[in-house]
Design a protein around this ligand. Structure first.
Ligand code: GLC
Length: 771
């Protein structure tokens, strides 16, 4: 490798500062006042576009000045001091030096960036990774892999999101390295280290530097750069029941019946691979499922939706239409000699569509129509799309050969150059097909593999975890890490996929699952039954309690998902995202925030019934008892099996709806608002829950303002008329006599020590407390 040592000459263009080296070029392009693109390419080198970046705003013109020793590039709040020989880039936000590039090395096949690593800097994000929240000291690889053993050092897993935030002294910056090939982030794995390295196995390094300093601003900017998720349909935020696999159809009906008879809410039942005819995607096993339309319609009448799995591996079978058509049209990935790249997955010998190509994506997206959409299937589950291939390749990886060819004709590149994009482009094909064939319905697509920007196309679950206590902790760290990496709609297999859980584990997992954006129970082939009622009456009651709580919290969850769709801020947040100036939060992996206001601290060890909980500064209320607690300290939370320690920030208004068996069961007639005395506000978002009316103004926002002695609920604003006609206030921490718009009113006692007051109006009032 040769180091980019001496700048031989430089120039500016309208948008760029271009530095020339012997054999390579470095380009700096300010995109916004806090975002700069940094590209390094060996002469003549190109890399295929990943499709991750959707930034469409005019770049900012760079101000470049020359002085003794170097150049200064300024744009908005960012300044880059560039030493020309030897090359060194020092990045400033205002007066804060936030990063220093000490060396850049380039070779025909890779580029390495070496950045100073201050001893007190912490690293977050990187998508789906094992281990604790702060990734300092880890070596993290981006190479989509079907890894079924998520032990602490297991890396890489299914997702490749080469983005992280660095936090030092409470101030953050970010780095996104856009690369569809393998990349490695060595965040000081050889301790002590004074630098970290980013290595891309591509002749081009294409990086984006985010100046911060607020983590939330970086996450929002990153979401602007790589796109945001679409607002999901309301039903997809309900509870999902899955297993590998429910069949035949009588079994599916039995599972559904149990939910209704046992009065446990549920919106969706999932069909794993065994619904297919010999694992041929886009087919049905007509013995197990003689009448899919009928089944889906019957379940639909009972409020259940059906989601089916679709893998990329297409069975090599001359009698199978999908295979034949794909071969005829040349849609499958081939070897350099032109022969089909054949691997092995569930159907046996299989071939793999080349989703890099628009024509293949269009074909694939259309296949869903007859097989699923016309039959009423409500959602799609894309799995095995790293892609998994049990035959393995010459490098010993269970994926495709590196030299298999992908891409449009004339632009074909080896699989290795685009490996990390396979799941992303499969989900994209599915999403684009959905848009063509179900124009009135919001997409619900779940994927296992993905790349930066995957949030535009699909929700993501964390793949094959285990029924291990450690994986309740991993549930939090992985979902929070994904949220920081632009992907808000995430969840894990609740109860664990591999291995058999006991009831205690399920009771603990369901509680945090109920607070997670994507909430699905799922388990592997051959494991014991894993439905909410499979572990005896006590655990069934706990599952019922938390699944019901989830449904009651839907107004809050839905509002957070709308915020995520609009801004990129995730619903499930690590504490550090909201409290980055508080060093105590920098390492908290075992608590999460749901939005800004709800803090969850699950028990994730067997036999344990109390735990330490850190409450950030300010005051908090125990959700269950209503007790007001001072923050900025640790408290010991009592957590018997049926209690997840849960706290609400003073000044919060937590909206809740009615109990229901599924999201379409009952309209919300009463809006319940738990209000916690303090300073704050919350704006409830509501719409039809499905379709695109919201994009034309058919939504409502209701603002609730909280002060220590008063609550104001605005009239809903917008083109949607909420279904609720009254507000049930549950006032926590409000003392003295109450008045409604100045007129004294009497309250009753409510749950968790709250004072209950029902106002028969659709907002537009203020309640005051005299003390
Ligand atoms: C993979 C998936 C898992 C699924 C199984 C069978 O292991 O990750 O969720 O149940 O394949 O399709």
């Amino acid at each position: 490798m040769s180091q980019l040592e001496r700048v031989t000459d430089w120039h500016t263009t309208a948008h760029d500062l271009v530095l020339r080296f012997r054999g390579a070029t470095l380009t700096l392009t300010p995109l916004a006042g806090d975002l700069i693109r940094l590209r390094v390419a060996s002469d003549g080198a190109t890399a295929p576009s990943t499709g991750a970046v959707v930034w469409d705003r005019e770049p900012v013109a760079p101000q470049v000045t020359e002085h003794a020793g170097g150049l200064t590039l300024a744009a908005g709040r960012v300044r880059v001091e560039i030493a020309l020989a030897p090359l060194r880039l020092s990045w400033y936000e205002g007066d804060r030096l936030f990063a220093q590039d000490e060396a850049i090395l380039a070779a025909p096949d890779r580029v390495v960036l070496r950045r100073a690593m201050p001893p007190d800097e912490h690293y977050y994000g990187f998508g789906e990774k094992t281990g604790y929240l702060d990734k300092r000291g880890r070596r993290l690889e981006m190479w989509a892999t079907d890894e079924g053993n998520h032990t602490p050092s297991a890396d890489p897993l299914y997702q490749s999101i080469p983005f992280f935030l660095a936090l030092r002294d409470g101030r953050a910056h970010g780095l996104f390295v856009d690369c569809g090939a393998r990349s490695v982030f060595d965040m000081g794995s050889l301790d002590p280290a004074d630098a970290y390295t980013v290595e891309v196995f591509s002749p081009v390094l294409d990086a984006y530097v985010f100046a911060g300093p607020r983590m939330a601003d970086i996450v929002r900017r990153y979401a602007e750069l790589t796109g945001r998720m679409e607002l999901p349909p309301l039903w997809s935020l309900g509870f999902h029941q899955c297993r590998w696999s429910y069949f035949p159809e009588a079994k599916v009906r039995e599972v559904a019946r149990n939910f209704r008879e046992r009065e446990i809410p549920c919106d969706a039942i999932w069909l794993d691979i065994d619904y297919m005819d010999g694992y041929r995607v886009f087919t049905w096993d007509r013995e197990r499922f003689p009448d899919p339309e009928g089944l889906v319609a019957d379940l639909g009448r009972d409020g259940f939706r059906v989601v089916t799995i679709v893998d990329p591996g297409v069975k090599q079978d001359e009698q199978y239409a999908v295979y034949r058509e794909g071969v005829e049209k040349g849609y499958f990935i081939t070897q350099p000699d032109g022969s089909l790249t054949v691997g092995e997955v569930w159907p046996g010998a299989s071939v793999f569509p080349d989703f890099q190509r628009a024509s293949v994506r269009a074909w694939w997206g259309d296949l869903y129509r007859e097989a699923y959409y016309d039959k009423g299937v409500a959602g799609v589950w894309n799995d095995m799309n790293e892609p998994a291939n049990w035959l393995g390749n010459a490098a010993g990886e269970k994926t495709l050969p590196h030299d298999a060819l992908q891409g449009e004709s004339g632009e074909r590149v080896p699989h290795a150059a685009v490996h990390n994009l396979y799941g992303f482009n499969m989900a994209r094909a599915t999403y684009e097909g959905w848009k063509r064939h179900r124009p009135g319905l919001r997409p619900f697509i779940l994927t296992r593999s993905g790349y930066a920007g995957i949030q535009r196309y699909a929700a993501v679950w964390m793949g094959d975890n285990h029924s291990w206590w450690e994986h309740i902790l991993a549930h939090m760290t992985m979902c929070a890490g994904m949220g920081l990496s632009g992907v808000p709609f995430v969840g894990t297999d609740v109860g664990g996929f591999n291995a058999n859980p006991n009831g205690e584990l399920v009771a603990r997992w369901i509680a945090i699952g109920a607070l997670t954006p994507f909430f699905r129970m799922h388990t592997a082939w051959g494991t014991r039954d894993q439905e909410p009622w499979s572990f005896g009456p006590e655990v069934e009651a706990i599952c019922r309690k938390y699944i019901r709580l989830r449904y009651r919290l839907l107004p809050y969850v839905y509002t957070l998902m709308e915020e995520a769709a609009r801004t990129g801020l995730p619903a499930m947040r690590p504490l550090v995202l909201e409290h980055q100036e508080d060093p105590e939060t920098w390492h908290i992996s075992d608590q999460v925030l749901i939005g800004r206001d709800l803090l969850a601290a699950p028990v994730y060890q067997p036999g344990v019934t109390r735990r330490l909980v850190y409450l950030p500064a300010g005051a908090w209320y125990d959700f269950w008892t209503g007790e007001r607690l001072a923050g900025g300290r640790y408290v010991v939370a009592e957590a018997p099996l049926d209690v997840i320690p849960l706290y609400v920030r003073a000044g919060a208004a937590l909206p809740m709806g009615p109990e229901m068996s599924h999201t379409g069961a009952v309209p919300m007639e009463t809006l319940t608002l738990h209000v916690y005395a303090g300073e704050g506000d919350f704006t409830l978002y509501e719409d039809e829950g499905e379709g695109y009316g919201y994009q034309r103004g058919v939504f409502a926002r209701t603002r609730i303002t909280v002060q220590p002695d008063r609550v104001t609920v605005s009239l809903p604003e917008g083109g949607y008329t909420p279904t609720w006609r009254r507000v049930e206030l549950l006032l926590h921490g409000f003392a003295g006599d109450l008045a409604l718009d100045g007129t004294p009113v009497r309250d009753a006692s409510g749950v968790a020590g709250a004072r209950r007051l029902v106002v028969e109006r659709q907002g537009g009032f203020t309640v005051t407390a005299s003390r």
